[in-house]
Design a protein around this ligand. Structure first.
Ligand code: PBE
Length: 310
């Protein structure tokens, strides 16, 4: 097929490379006709870096996992590599595209996340511990919330679920559900859990409450669930997406009432240290979270140390 296409002049150097890779024909007799050196290489794994242009597919630069990935480049002396700033949504799209084409890709990853249910992925081992161990996601509220809105405070204090719960909501949203509808559906399906969180809390008659979050898949899901429950309790709820540092500052300054998006101790450790004295930490709403560099399982490397440098 390739020869025929070549004859009619449809194959550029790049697509010839991809076709050869896809057909596993890089070393056949035709290879000599090809002046594109990359097409002749069949040492997959050894030159992933070059194939990926030495780029880690990142997300928002304010994210802890973005900063940790830049730190990993230093710690592992990955000369020539950089973390490409992007958005969580664009990262997920790039990951899906790479998997469709069986191409190498390294992304700034975290769990819980729907991508692990949808694709066969692995975390690269991190022997230097740059990404830290398992984390918790904590709830933070402004000082005085307990006095001003004791019912909302109690709900936020009680909110606590599992990675499986969170993944259920995330998966629905990733499949196209509106975040609020996905949250309401989960609430409807999990009355026992929601009743345990709202047990003994009186309904209120209005009162505005603002939750802040970042548009990471995890936080879109959790914030919408908590927001919908507060609405069911009678509050007038606003959920506002911000950049990470601004989200922390909004709660610390009292401009916003709370957030359920504090990844500790590592991912947001710097922001927690900065604002710790100005906000109230209600403790974990989820245990067993994690960040790191994530690759498709078909990639022939296991550790950050296996990434080749320029
Ligand atoms: N995340 C999702 C965030 C925390 C939640 C891992 C992308 C971060 O890295 O800051």
């Amino acid at each position: 097929m390739l020869t025929k296409l070549k004859k009619i002049g449809l194959v550029s150097g790049l697509s010839a490379t991809l076709l050869l890779a896809a057909c596993g024909g890089g070393n056949d007799n035709n290879a000599g006709n090809n002046n594109d050196g990359a097409a002749n290489s069949n040492n997959a794994g050894a030159n992933y870096g070059e194939e990926m242009n030495y780029q880690i597919t990142g997300i928002e630069p304010g994210a802890g996992v973005f900063k940790a990935s830049e730190q990993a480049i230093e710690d592992y002396e990955l000369e020539g590599w950089e973390v490409q700033a992007s958005s969580s949504g664009a990262m997920a799209t790039a990951l899906g595209e790479a998997i469709k084409n069986e191409e190498p890709i390294v992304v700034t990853g975290w769990s819980p996340h729907w991508k692990f249910a949808k694709y066969d992925l692995k975390y690269l081992e991190d022997p230097k511990g740059t990404f830290g161990d398992a984390e918790t996601i904590n709830t933070m509220v402004r000082e005085d919330l307990e006095d001003d809105m004791p019912e909302a405070y109690a709900l936020l204090d009680n909110f606590n679920w599992t990675p499986d719960d969170l993944e259920e909501v995330m998966l629905k949203i990733s499949e196209g559900a509106d975040p609020k509808e996905a949250a309401e559906e989960w609430i409807g399906d999990n009355e026992d859990k929601v009743e345990a969180w709202t047990d003994g809390i009186d309904e209120v008659d209005g009162g505005s409450i603002e939750l802040v979050y970042v548009e990471w898949d995890t936080e879109v899901a959790s914030t919408n669930v908590v927001g919908s429950i507060l609405e069911d309790l009678g509050y007038d709820v606003t959920v506002t997406p911000l950049d990470n540092a601004v989200m922390w500052e909004a709660v610390a300054s009292g401009e916003a009432d709370g957030m359920v998006a504090a990844w500790l101790p590592g991912t947001h450790g710097d922001l927690f240290a900065e604002y710790e004295d100005k906000l109230v930490d209600l403790g974990p709403n989820l245990e067993g979270a994690k960040i790191g560099l994530v690759v498709p399982a078909y990639m022939d490397i296991d550790s950050i140390e296996d990434l080749d440098t320029k």
